[in-house]
Design a protein. Sequence first.
Length: 496
Amino acid sequence: MEQRLIIYNTLTRRKEPFVPLHAPNVGMYVCGPTVYGDPHLGHARPAITFDLVFRYLKHLGYKVRYVRNITDVGHLEHDADEGDDKIEKKARLEQLEPMEIAQYYTNRYHDAMKALNVLPPSIEPHASGHIIEQEELVKQIMDNGFAYESNGSVYFDIEKYNKVHHYGILSHRNLDDVINESRQLDGVGEKRNQVDFALWKKASPEHIMRWPSPWSDGFPGWHCECTAMGRKYLGNHFDIHGGGMDLVFPHHECEIAQAVASQGDQMVKYWMHNNMLTINGQKMGKSLGNFITLEEFFTGKHKLLEQAYSPMTIRFFILSAHYRGTVDFSNEALKASEKGMEKLMNGISDLEHVPVSDKCDAETEKVVKELRQKCYDAMNDDFATPQVISYLFEACSVVNKLIDHKATICADCLKELSDTMRTFAFDILGLKDERSDSSDARKEAFGRVMDMVLDLRSKAKAAKDWATSDQIRDALKEAGFEINDTKDGATWRLNK
């Protein structure tokens, strides 16, 4: 069945029908991590949000090329192009090569994403591996007259750009006043205006990460990488650019300016931004020192945590809110997510034990026949995951009634119910039953139960209670177990 997806576009501030530029192909670029520390809950939200988008677009039949970058050079401590490179600063503190730091934390990020069941992107380019493309971008912007060189560094001339185009189109900022205010600082530093941003920075003598360029030995500005790599892998025009809301300004605003200044028009059709995760109303982030790493959530080893929370509890917690809404951390909210996740997994697991009838009762049939489209309608309305989860909870209530023999369902409707719940919970929301991951523990528990049952049968035989002994044997055989009586006792094997 054809689905009409609606997406909220940050650029236009409204919901719009999703019409790919080159259907069935979809190009999506999402800003990835700056790899100088362990991933925290703030990293999990955009990763899970755009994993959901990736999964759903593929489910709808689109061929998606998903590019998510790794920032391993050029991200300075301050947006005003000041301070140390975040990775180089960490490398000096730990007396390591910057690329050792980048590789270590990239590996840590990948481990966390795997635990959260986030699918790997189609392409994961590194900023340091695309210096040439970034230099070419800077040359194009300079050739078109929207950048200038100053003491070996190159800056984007926002005032000149703003006269021809509109800087602030994404963030809806009026920068004329900001530009005028910055004029009092003319002659101070390398920039013509304080709002100008770096396209290329000349490396100071002590700077480790540097590359040759026509202007100096240096490194690209932070904003260049996404424009250069997005264009390289998705073309001059692509469908979706995503990231956290904190990137709207200046990062994504600068990306738009770079694209327009270099090629004459915008690259991206739909801009999508997830909202922030907060702690006591304050944004969670490494720079603020109030973050909790994902590993700390998984182990419970943090002073703000009352217990450990599994990766799927974290994923469920994030999906329980709409991606454009704020989410405030609390132990109470995570415990509620833990219970919600358990309820959903139990409901899906119990589908295997639902008794089948010749026909459905009217209420069950109505719920089952409407469930799939209701879930699609929610997803098509800008990925409304809280509504999807609420519909799946309604389905769990139906399963409970069926288990308690308070409702009836036919075989076809049971299959439809099972397919719908599994499709949306597992394939689209990306949840998984973590209980099935601990196979060794489950096998051990399984074995203990079987040993206990066979011990009861052995005692029944010893007491010459043949009826009970045969009843246990026949029940096990019906369940798929093969029981062999030997002189050393009974052995068992599961044939299913």
